[in-house]
Design a protein around this ligand. Structure first.
Ligand SMILES: [Zn+2]
Length: 428
């Protein structure tokens, strides 16, 4: 069996932060997790999230991308305080862990990125975090619109402070928001600096037709062609969405080994369209999954994204397209590859980091258990079936109880901070 498809139904031995043995029947261990009637999977890896937007859940519904940004998301991001963004990150991470996600690539807002890193560090979660960069646009609210050089200097300072900290759990990436709100100068500098410093770039691309039209009018190029010209393609680049692509752009993504992050629920809810996933797979473009932020989904649930991704392509191209096993890879090892971390996480192999999700298959909706449990995981299981989560060898949730975060306190703080946030944003 291909180790990339590993789902374990036997004993696993973990020593410190790593998997010591996959076939460990009878081995002695100080702590034992009972996984009877469960499947043990590599933890899910979400490659497009905004932890800063978790408090915006339910406050930005039923709008298309540009209005959604200008009327709701940007004013709320501008209104964040250190306290509210920490509450937002805690809420997001708690929800992610409870649904079996052990690692995320997250684009934060312009300010307070260190607060998010602190929450990731304290909670024990694994994340690649980037401060959002925005140095262009008349309708960008005060507090978000940056000077080009200041944006780069702050990003570099965050990189120095946080990259590769927490036993490697915390990583930095450059996160220019999208071509519409960044100058060419900023994007070119980010392209150069990311290569020099050996870190990722995380941005949005070709999510919405209005966005594509703005970029084409300003630059004379299609969005992905423009990003390629300014140095924002390559195996270290993750482009969220890529819903509207020409054949030439797909060829550019393939040639440059650029990673595309598919966010099917977000694309449906914002009415952006359906990304050409079957075609990207056929061409060999790197693909992984993300739920995007809670302001446009409104769940941070990999089970929802896997199922929606598979069903959408089947409706378009037939039931053989995007089979369960292939979709599960997008949620695990392919996400690890997009982050440049496939030697460390994304599959269950001796020597890799112990990032695991134990999923119960004993529920009504997952019974009877088929021989191929991937079917259960993809089409029947849900976030509430995740029993135990391990990150970096540490038990983060056991029997559905979070170990590093106080669930009731996280919810209470989120509710309190959202009241203040909406008021500061002038939305209540
Ligand atoms: Zn996004």
């Amino acid at each position: 069996m291909d180790p990339r498809d590993s789902i374990v139904r036997g004993d696993l031995l973990i020593e410190n932060d790593r998997i010591a043995s996959v076939d460990a029947n009878g081995a002695h261990a100080d702590t034992v997790v009972d996984a009877t009637d469960c499947a043990v999977l590599p933890g899910f890896i979400q490659t497009h999230i905004h932890l800063c937007q978790t408090l915006f859940r339910g406050s930005a519904d039923d709008l298309a991308l540009i209005d959604w940004l200008k009327k709701r998301v940007w004013p709320m991001e501008a209104a964040h305080s250190a306290r509210s963004i920490a509450a937002s990150a805690r809420l997001g991470i708690a929800e992610l862990i409870k649904g079996g996600t052990t690692c995320a690539l997250t684009m934060e807002t312009v300010n307070h990125t260190s607060e998010v890193f602190r929450v990731v560090q304290e909670s024990g979660f694994r994340a690649t975090v980037g401060k959002c960069m925005m140095d262009k646009g008349d309708e960008v609210p005060e507090g978000l619109r940056e000077d080009t050089d200041a944006s780069i200097q702050e990003s570099l300072a965050l990189l120095e402070q946080w990259h590769d900290k927490g036993n490697g759990r915390l990583r930095y990436c450059f996160a220019p928001r999208f071509a519409v709100s960044c100058t060419r100068e900023l994007l070119e500098q980010v392209g150069r600096l990311a290569r020099e410093r050996g870190v990722m770039i995380h941005t949005h691309a070709s999510e919405n037709l209005t966005e594509c039209h703005i970029v084409e009018t300003e630059t004379g190029l299609r969005n992905v062609a423009y990003l390629d010209q300014v140095g924002l393609t390559g195996r270290h680049v993750a482009l969220a969405h890529c819903v509207h692509l020409s054949d030439d752009e797909i060829e550019t993504l393939r040639k440059t080994k650029t990673n595309v992050v598919h966010c099917p629920s977000s694309n449906l809810k914002l009415g952006s369209g359906i990304a050409p996933i079957a075609r990207l797979l056929e061409k060999g473009v790197s693909l992984s999954l993300g739920s995007d932020g809670a302001a446009c989904n409104n769940r941070l649930d990999m089970f929802t994204e896997m199922r929606t991704a598979a069903l959408l392509q089947k409706a378009l191209h037939g039931p053989e397209v995007l089979p369960a096993k292939r979709t599960l890879r997008m949620a695990t090892i392919d996400g690890a590859r997009a982050l440049g971390l496939d030697a460390e996480i994304g599959s269950i192999e001796a020597g890799k980091k112990a990032d695991l999700a134990v999923i119960s298959l004993a529920g009504l909706h997952t019974s009877p258990t088929p021989d191929d449990v991937v079917s259960s995981i993809l089409y029947s299981a849900q976030a509430a079936d995740v029993q135990t989560v391990v990150i970096d060898g540490r038990i983060m949730m056991d029997d559905r109880r979070l170990r590093t975060l106080d669930e009731a306190a996280v919810i209470a703080q989120a509710n309190t901070e959202t009241v203040g946030l909406l008021s500061r944003a002038g939305l209540k």
